[in-house]
Write a protein that binds this ligand. Structure first.
Ligand code: CUK
Ligand code: CUA
Length: 645
């Protein structure tokens, strides 16, 4: 062995490790042959070299992408664009046992609405926890647009730990965004609705339908949101949209834009035009500016009103205390993105070809001087658009979202209608470069691009349509994530990745070295509660106990036994199986499946998982391990015997 290695080394030193030599030595085909056969250009090769990751190689960045209507989060690497994991969040997912074991069912049950179990979500905006405005790689949050909820995912094990249901919203969109030290996770309404659960006629839209921004208090030590310490600020029934937290200069403030400030409520039957026409009567909508630090103090001072058992700062209080302001923004805005230094807020309006750069300093000066241009129908002070603008730049048709570069003053804006990305300088207000993408870009994402120190290098265009980019797989196409090299003056498209899950909205990318996921759990761990499981058991102590009419089986999983191998109960019993994977080896996950009970467990090393179900009928039910874990994997099985009464 040693001498072979030596020989190769000697040879390569003698001839030089030239490309031609390597290709000739390791493959019958030359690089030229492959290029000819596959019709590749030099440019393609360069792109391949920028993304190809040899076996065992690692990625520089990890991406957490929303999975849209799949209710999940997708994890992939950059630059390889290799998919690494789906994280089940609002949707049951059997591979992870999510929604199939008792522990994770409890998490999903936290997300019940009006007592009803929901089996999906519409995930839009993932947010990584921050310390001093930098991603710290500890937690991930994501919202559910369809059923206003926010989930907490632990980046130690990439598992969903908590779901909180918004107590006052019926529709949301502007979440999840975090404040610079993850004090709060922000969630903003989309379509206004009454806070109460009762019916309120549309004729009372202006008076009783409301928007809001909720500030979910995150307890970092516990790694959980504390609903009891969270609060909301009441907003008018404008359709609120994306939000962002201020940072550095603008820390303490949050920004939420809106559309349809006409408060139009549609109705073709009544002879009125449809929503899209009714919502386009004015030239501008409103950017909401909220002083959340002061708002939190007001709550502590007892100035909030309890609505649905939740602290709400009413508009009247917010106006009186000077924590809520409006600024006109070009019609139908979408993204609102605070610059890395916190000095500027860039808003892109879908119906305007311009992106507007607001100056926080100018906004603050007007507020301090109480220099307002008037109020809205609810008495909220409005700042003058012109007086708050730093500049407006024509970036293309249908600008949506903005992401920042590591180079100062550089921002990238997604251009939906033109299917382009525009690179521009927001300090000087000039366009620098444009690149066409395929097709219909929504969000875009640069590396750590929404933090105080973006990392540059790459940009991903998250496209709504794939059309002809991949082999056809029926009328429902995958989405297309396109990787763009932004390290040079000109943007360069280097990879297309199909995303066969749901519509990706936002995604966030973090330097891979900031993530420190664990390899195994402490033995007997309830991963969803982050504590030792009351059902853990050590090898040799496996047993069955009957308590309160439930047969508890305390079992273990290790190559290549399921202990116990025989479980015998009487028909009509409720069984509660608890399995602890007592492996210490990396990646030795065992599964547990049994016929007919919708039970499918995933027990990663150290984890204790449970399944409780009723056995109605006498019979023989084989069970087995679902992971091909060793040469004796098929022997990892047993029988549940249900005897007649
Ligand atoms: S949204 Cu989908 S492209 Cu929910 Cu952030 Cu803009
Ligand atoms: Cu354990 Cu197969």
């Amino acid at each position: 062995m040693k001498s072979t290695v030596k020989k190769i080394l000697t040879v390569s030193t003698a001839f030089g490790i030239g490309l031609a030599w390597t290709a000739a030595a390791w493959s019958a085909e030359s690089l030229d042959d492959v290029m000819k056969r596959r019709g590749l250009t030099q440019k393609d090769l360069l792109a391949a070299a920028k993304t190809y990751t040899p076996t065992g190689g690692r990625d520089e960045f990890l991406v957490f992408s929303s999975g849209g209507q799949s209710g999940q989060v997708l994890v992939y690497g950059i630059p390889s664009m290799r998919i690494l994991k789906y994280i089940a969040v609002f949707t049951p997912e059997p591979w992870q046992g999510y929604g199939f074991d008792d522990e994770s069912k409890e998490v999903l049950a936290q997300g019940k609405i009006d007592g009803k179990q929901l089996n999906y979500g519409d995930t839009h905006h993932p947010a990584i926890s921050e310390t001093n405005g930098e991603y710290d790689g500890e937690w991930l949050f994501i919202n559910d647009k369809a059923n206003p909820r926010v989930a907490v995912i632990d980046l130690k094990d990439f598992e969903t730990k908590q779901i909180v249901v918004n107590p006052i919203m019926k529709s949301e969109h502007g979440g999840a965004f975090v404040t610079p030290n993850t004090e709060y996770v922000i969630e903003a309404t989309q379509y206004a609705a009454p806070y109460s659960k009762d019916f309120v006629p549309l004729s009372k839209f202006n008076d009783e339908y409301r928007g809001a921004v909720t500030y979910w208090k995150f307890n970092r030590e516990k790694g959980r949101i504390e609903p009891e310490n969270s609060f909301s600020v009441e907003l008018p029934p404008y359709s609120q949209d994306l939000s962002d937290a201020g940072k550095l200069d603008s820390d303490g403030w949050s920004f939420t834009n809106s559309f349809c400030t006409e408060r139009y409520i549609g109705g073709i039957e009544s002879g009125r035009p449809p929503f899209e026409a009714g919502c386009s009567q004015k030239d501008t909508d409103f950017l909401h500016m909220i002083n959340w630090k002061r708002a939190a103090e007001l709550v502590a001072e007892g100035k909030a009103t309890k609505i649905n058992d939740h602290d709400v700062i009413t508009m009247d209080t917010a106006i009186k205390e000077g924590i809520l302001f409006l600024i006109p923004e070009p019609k139908s805005p979408h993204g609102v993105d605070v610059s890395p230094d916190g000095k500027y807020i860039i808003v892109a309006g879908k119906l305007d070809t311009h992106a507007s750069v607001y100056s926080f300093e100018k906004m603050k000066a007007l507020i301090d001087a109480k220099d307002f241009a008037g109020t809205d129908p609810y008495g909220i002070p409005i700042l003058d658009l012109k007086k708050t603008l730093h500049t407006q730049v024509q970036v293309g048709l249908g600008p949506l979202h903005n992401q920042y570069d590591s180079k100062p003053c550089i921002v990238y804006t997604s251009i939906y209608v033109d299917s382009q990305v525009t690179k521009w300088n927001y300090c000087e207000g000039k366009v620098l470069d444009k690149i066409s993408i395929h097709y219909n870009i929504g969000h875009l994402m640069s590396m750590e691009g929404d933090t105080v120190s973006p990392k540059g290098h790459y940009l991903v265009s998250l496209n709504k349509l794939a059309i002809d980019r991949f082999n056809p797989v029926g009328p429902l196409h995958p989405q297309n994530h396109q990787l763009i090299d932004i390290s040079n003056d000109k943007m360069e498209l280097i990879y297309d990745m199909p995303l066969p899950l749901g519509e990706p909205h936002y995604a966030v990318a973090i330097s891979a070295d900031k993530l420190k996921p664990k390899i195994r759990y402490s033995t007997g761990w309830n991963s969803r509660k982050d504590e030792r499981s009351e059902y853990r058991v050590r090898p040799g102590r496996e047993r069955t106990e009957v308590a309160d009419g439930v047969t508890h089986v305390y079992g273990t999983l290790i190559r290549s036994h399921i202990t116990p191998e025989i479980i015998q109960v009487e028909e009509g019993s409720t069984v509660s199986l608890h399995f602890t994977n007592v492996e210490r080896a990396e990646d030795e996950t065992h599964g547990f499946a049994i016929r007919g009970f919708d039970v499918n467990l995933s027990a990663e090393p150290g984890k204790t998982v449970s399944a409780t179900f009723k056995v109605d009928k006498p019979g023989v039910y084989p069970y087995y391990c679902t992971e091909f874990c060793s040469a004796l994997h098929l022997e990892m099985q047993g029988y549940l015997l249900v005897t007649p009464k």
